[in-house]
Design a protein around this ligand. Sequence first.
Ligand code: IMP
Length: 182
Amino acid sequence: MSELADPRFTKILHNHQEIEGAAKRIAARIDQDYAGKTPVMVVVLKGAVMWAGDLFRNITNDIEMDFIDIASYHGGISSSNKITLRTDLTTDVKDRDVIIVEDIVDTGLSLRFLEDLLKSRGARSVQTATMLNKKAGHKIDVSAKYVGFEIDNEFVAGYGLDYQEIWRNLPFIGVVNPEIYS
Ligand code: IMP
């Protein structure tokens, strides 16, 4: 079945090649901005895993990787306001330059939670590299320094992003057909 004929989606927003292109563009900026430094790249599980792979393959400077798992969605299509920490980092981020690697910034509440957590632990700097930014979804004033793509306020899945825990493995980002969840 071709991607476009896929009834699970109304539209394919970005394919694998386009996402890799965005990762290359951002990796080059990170190489430049962090020259001579070894940032800790904090991958936010689970959604950012595929994007992180593309990003990391294209960064040539030294980096460290760590993983954190927070919960904000509860299997549906809308965000809950409460964020909980499920799996913590193993790296001490005190005095470190940290780059949060996110799948998507929607309400911004997860990003704020992570920024506050990392700063409270003494990180020297905290920036974010997100694959997607849903500006119209922001409930608070947050911003990511590195953004792969700006998208409209629609529910998307694929390339790490899930619909009820499935479809993370799809090699593209698509707008989920509302008939599926209505
Ligand atoms: P927040 O609303 O900015 O706190 O985003 C929280 C998390 O919700 C993101 O890291 C994603 O994992 C998930 N999320 C937000 N929007 C979408 C979407 O359109 N599809 C799938 N997951 C999403």
